[in-house]
Design a protein around this ligand. Structure first.
Ligand SMILES: O=C(O)CCC(=O)C(=O)O
Ligand SMILES: [Fe+2]
Length: 265
């Protein structure tokens, strides 16, 4: 396949309203593939999970050593490599990374109300993250690194991640911003003007959200909260009903026994 075709294909998934380069591919995996991955992730001994204060975590192929070195020459297990990483490669996304592939995957599991504090992923990884979302949708918040004059975080963008989607964040979004998931049970104010990747979402989600906004408007008019002559400007409030599981694929820069890794992958 000529490379130019691959680049053009990824280009059509660009989130145009974000600075730098970010891409969102809805339905990156099928419902069947999602189910297969969920079974692999959920049917493990409890000891496979690391319990953190507001989420649970599995790490593949293994945790990093001190100094952020990936200690193993083993590639990711096949069930993570195919179809997720193999399909990413068809889009050419690892063409410039040091090992030409994702060599590491964090699996985060968030119950409704759980999240992850604003943070940056830093220098340990090639500056690109490819995140596959499973089971439920969630909003990823993108913050400026600098606090405002009042010392508060400034929310710059909101990315709505549907189940089965792939989100790719790189360059400016990776280096100049923080990202986090709020510890809330309802993602509020979801709509065309509040979500950076609104145009990239599935038609199904767009229709569902617009329908809900219409219903909220009608309820607020009926109860008198919204006077008849005022325009309704709020988005939909969408409850998180199930655990959201994310697969965060990255290329760890430092690998022990790199040549063996390249032979095996
Ligand atoms: O679950 C996510 O989508 C975000 C996870 C994350 O930011 C991380 O593991 O560094
Ligand atoms: Fe992160």
């Amino acid at each position: 396949m000529p490379e130019i075709f691959e680049v053009e294909t990824l280009e059509s998934y660009r989130i145009k309203s974000l600075p730098g380069s970010a891409f969102y591919i809805p339905d990156f995996i099928s419902a069947h593939e999602e189910q297969f991955l969920l079974e692999k992730i959920i049917n493990v001994p409890d000891s496979r999970w690391t319990a953190l204060s507001h989420r649970r975590l599995q790490t593949y192929p293994t945790q990093l050593l001190k100094g952020s070195i990936l200690p193993t020459a083993d590639a990711l297990p096949t069930w993570l490599a195919i179809p997720c990483v193999s399909r990413m490669k068809q889009f050419g996304i690892w063409n410039d990374s040091p090992h030409l592939t994702a060599n590491h995957c964090l699996i985060n599991r968030y119950e409704p109300g759980e999240g992850i504090m604003p943070h940056e992923d830093g220098d340990v990884y090639y500056p690109m993250v490819a995140t596959v979302s499973l089971n439920d949708a969630i909003v990823l918040d993108i913050y400026r690194k600098e606090l405002n004059a009042g010392g508060e975080r400034v929310l710059a963008h909101r990315i709505y991640q549907e189940p089965r989607s792939l989100l790719i964040t790189t360059d400016l979004i990776y280096t100049d911003y923080l990202h986090g998931i709020q510890e809330i049970t309802i993602d509020k104010n979801i709509g065309p003007s509040t979500i950076s990747n609104w145009k990239n979402l599935t038609f199904d989600t767009q229709q569902r959200v617009l329908h809900q906004i219409g219903q909220q408007q009608q309820e607020e008019r009926q109860t008198g909260i919204l006077p008849d002559d005022r325009m309704y400007v709020k988005g939909a409030d969408i409850p998180r009903t199930k655990d959201r599981i994310s697969l965060t694929f990255r290329d760890v820069k430092k690998v022990r026994n790199f040549s063996a890794f390249m032979r095996k992958s």
